[in-house]
Design a protein around this ligand. Structure first.
Ligand SMILES: Cc1cc2nc3c(=O)[nH]c(=O)nc-3n(C[C@H](O)[C@H](O)[C@H](O)COP(=O)(O)OP(=O)(O)OC[C@H]3O[C@@H](n4cnc5c(N)ncnc54)[C@H](O)[C@@H]3O)c2cc1C
Length: 394
């Protein structure tokens, strides 16, 4: 049964907010996105040149299936959008030791194989022969998954916002500063316009999808959601074709040990490396710069693993913010103490790939419909993980 149309304000126009607004509009609701800028905000986690799209989640079949459902929609988007923004170039997973049952690489490959995806396992000799840029002495085992690749994430958000605009989503430029409340019910938001004046927007429901800013805007969530800084480094490469599909797939290079993962070069010669580790908790508006220590770690990784890039010049850096939930799971639920307030955050460094599905999850939450995926992401107290999973990898 269709829910009664209502007025909804979505705070945040990153990937989670943009797709939520689009889905809610398609269900007949009147939706306004409030963000500090109408375009993808340059500081948003979604606004980046690339994000990994993969279904490799160790033995965690829940996320594997969520990625599987998302990938079907990535394919549909590719087929219907003016140009493909998801590049299905596979996902190369390298291990610095032999595969062990229980390990991320072993379990990911097993789940893929058992579910019919035909990952190709290889040893050092095959790595050397097939992807010669890699120092095969460092990686005795690995596999390549054919079902995955990378997406032009900033361009995807721009596209979703454009589609939203076409479908009737309203955009308001301003910075959220609080809720309008009616007892324990949230009935709108207050915001500061770029000129500094304060305004309100009334709403039947408010969705806060403010990424790493969420625990700042909603401080009662700061024990379960944390903004965490992670470094990104762009290198300049000369022979672009050598560093692109099919000779150089997106990769995770023993990420649990080294922290490094990366992407093929863009046509302009930018090759991106990212570091996935515990990171450092930060104020999202004072995230700092990529440190000399991280640049040195990245250089050591290149020297050891991709020797032809040992002297590649750094052409850009970016500190990107994870919105880490305490258990690594997304956070999509209605606040039990503030009726009408829905939070869609907790991307925890791996949320972008699920963008195609997130709108449905958020819309079902807003409409208070049951959805089997939502159980794991629902409101929970610290220590009440639906699954006490360690943080997941890229
Ligand atoms: C370094 C890094 C690498 C990552 N790699 C991957 C990957 O390879 N694969 C993957 O699947 N995921 C990856 N992720 C995770 C992914 O980027 C996020 O899960 C996803 O982009 C989160 O989107 P979001 O919409 O929640 O947040 P954001 O994109 O950050 O959007 C939040 C929005 O809220 C707005 N906002 C903030 N404060 C206010 C306010 N006061 N008023 C109004 N608006 C406000 C911001 O301007 C912004 O537009 C990575 C993240 C990082 C940081």
């Amino acid at each position: 049964m269709r829910a009664e149309p209502c007025d909804i304000v979505v705070v945040g126009g990153g990937a989670f907010g943009a797709i939520s607004a689009l889905e809610l509009t398609s269900r007949g609701h009147h939706v306004t996105i409030l963000d500090r800028t109408p375009e993808p905000h340059p500081d948003a986690s979604s606004t980046d040149i690339s994000k990994m799209i993969r279904m490799d989640y160790g033995s965690d079949v829940f996320y594997h299936e969520l990625a599987e459902a998302s990938l079907d929609i990535w394919d549909q988007w590719n087929a219907s959008w003016p140009r493909p923004l998801y590049h299905p170039e596979g996902f190369l997973v390298l291990s610095a030791s032999s595969f062990e049952p229980g390990g991320f690489e072993y379990e990911s490959e097993r789940v893929l194989r058992e579910r019919g995806y035909e990952p190709r396992r290889f040893d050092a000799d095959a790595l050397r022969a097939t992807w010669p840029a890699w120092n095969a002495d460092r990686y005795p085992e690995g596999y390549v998954s054919p079902r995955g690749g990378w997406a032009e994430s900033g361009a995807v958000v721009a596209r979703l916002l454009e589609l939203g605009r076409d479908e009737g989503v309203h955009f308001v430029r301003g910075s959220f500063s609080g809720f309008v409340e009616d007892g324990s019910r949230v009935s709108g938001v207050r915001f500061r316009s770029p000129g500094g004046s304060t305004h309100t927007l009334s709403a039947d429901r408010v969705v806060v999808a403010a990424g790493a800013w969420t625990p700042v805007l909603l401080p009662w969530l700061d024990d379960v959601l944390t903004p965490v800084a992670q470094p990104i480094v762009h290198y300049g490469v000369d022979n672009v074709i050598q560093w692109q599909h099919p000779t150089f797939p997106p990769f995770a290079a023993d990420t649990a040990g080294s922290g490094w993962y990366g992407f093929p070069s863009l046509d302009d010669g930018r090759l991106k490396l990212g570091h996935h580790a515990d990171g450092r908790a930060v104020d999202p508006d004072a995230r700092g710069e990529v440190t000399a220590e991280h640049l040195e770690l990245a250089r050591t990784f290149l020297r050891d693993s991709l020797p032809e890039l040992a002297d590649a010049p750094v052409v850009g850096t970016r500190v990107c913010l994870y919105c880490d939930s305490f258990d690594g799971d997304l956070w999509i639920g209605e606040d039990p103490e503030r009726s009408g307030l829905v939070v869609a955050a907790g991307g925890s460094g791996h949320g972008f790939k699920f963008t195609p599905i997130i709108g449905r999850l958020v819309a079902d939450t807003v409409e208070r419909r049951d959805n089997p995926w939502l159980h794991r992401f629902a409101w929970r107290a610290l220590g009440q993980a639906r699954r006490e999973a360690a943080r997941v990898q890229h």
